[in-house]
Design a protein around this ligand. Sequence first.
Ligand code: ZN
Length: 334
Amino acid sequence: MHTGAHCDIDFDLEGKQVGHVSLPYSVDRSPFFQIKLPICQIRNGDGPSILLMAGVHGDEYEGKYALNRAISTIQTSDIRGRLTIFPMSNGPAVLAGRRCSPFDGGNLNRAFPGDATGGPTLRIAHFIENTLMPGHDIIFDLHSGGTSMEFIQCGLCEVNSDAKRVQKAMDLLKMIGLDYSLLADNGVASPTSLAAAYRAGAVGISAELGGGATVTPSTMNATMMALDRLLTGCGMTMKSLLGNQQETSRETQFVRQAGQDHFVFAPRRGWYEPAVSLGETVEDGQLVGWLHDLESPEVKPVELFSSGAGIVAARRLHAHVEGGDSLFTLFEVD
Ligand SMILES: [Zn+2]
């Protein structure tokens, strides 16, 4: 009972079950403490098998809110197939409102495939990749930029050597209809949830839906739209279960990210001022911001330039920066 995970719902049962995955983690306050991660499975005969995940990062909220709503709203008779919902994957990080776990500093999206006898984050990763993911056709992991960053609304999949599954993932990204879709190449041994989905035999997609450790009506609408379009498009249901009434003809634009040239990093500690906005197109070598030294006002702010062309896909929100902080992320439009 000191390792692994215990799940109090039975994945083989038909119907709707809501319970917890519990991981033992002994702490000063409570020697037999368990980390509790909510889980829901709704199963109704034959049909598609979909896992919806959120809370891999604790300070990203669109996915958690949408999946909470899905758990309280969707009933067995609403669907066919198997729908599994895991809304706060890294529970300790969610409760702390942080990207990484307060227990071990673990970033769950860098922890796969995990370790059944490791620290809390590694154990959660191991449970997700080895117990939760297998048996699902499709896995959708919902993200946003987190406390320090905001993102354009963007779907994401990872390329691998299985051309059929990559094509299926691209078809799903077209289906969910976010403004942009990024094909990332992180390698199949990558510690991300998408590589874990691949290793578990599923088709994995993800999305970046907002940022700043908050949500807006616009980012929530996009999230609901993506989920409704996924569930209807895969034939799990005929109706909009999350009540999204947005148009169904939105088309996504596929984009690429060509490594280092598509990032602008802070060269040293200081205070940054952006010269471009989220979603704006920038040219190679364009002035994108300034780095101020507020302790040396006699020194002119350092000009910051892009080293590639593209649209501003993500930007840092916090003005104070350390050397090495990413200020802008660019996507190259095909
Ligand atoms: Zn994230």
